[in-house]
Design a protein. Sequence first.
Length: 293
Amino acid sequence: MTGGSGAGCGSRDPDALVRRAGVRGCPDRDQHFLVDDRVLDRIPTYLPESADRSHVLEIGGGAGALTDRLLAAAPPGGRVTVIERDPTFAAFLREEFDAEIADGTLTVVEADALECELPAFTACVSNLPYGVSSELAFRLLPAKRPLVLTFQREFAERMVAEPNTSDYGRLSVSAQHYADVELLEVVPPEAFDPQPAVESAIVRAVPRDPSYTVDDEAFFLRFVKAVFTQRRKTVRNAIRNTAHISGLDDPAAVVSAVDEATLSKRPGELSPAEFAELAAVAAEHGFEPDPGE
């Protein structure tokens, strides 16, 4: 577990913050607040040393324990923006951190991070709500900024999985298309208030360009999604059976154009680079645009 320099420990006790907020987190609303001081102190150090910390984004500030640590770790002139959808916690953050807001080091935005326009952040450090982890991760990854995010452990393990492992799938290929991803630390339920029913894990994503070329990123990601819906089938059958998802005009022509060695594999055996090659061949035979894009 390695991290960058420039972090500091916040001065606010996380349990006291929850008490001052006057309302407990609600598991039904994905509100599990990290209250373990040691974990909170480590999280800002997980940004790579090369990361630009001048504008750190936090999604889901809650009672502000991580916000406090991010402010303490900010460089001179640095600032933090917190997006919090719960009106009660957004109001509490504005009250608790009124001095930091007044001096321009903190901005609190009351909004849903899936719907609002994200600020031009330089890095993102967040304990994401479990129920929307995937949607939020794929809003953040295309921005190509360093990310330190807390997820359910199972989700995190799928993000970092390698080919030919049981956890490897659509999430692995899609996340690793954008960044080098690494699971840094497993966090037990006891570190949260209220406690979730599962373990969590902290993931670092360091953006980089892939080693392969993708002409149409939206199609590439949709093609990967389609093929993995039939992960137990051969690639040949997965391509044939999922044209309604990938939008392929002529899946039979695609199969005819791909080498037998690739077609006989299972989707979980293909690396992201091999998926890119396969998607490029598929795209040459035409596809319908996704109406949702």
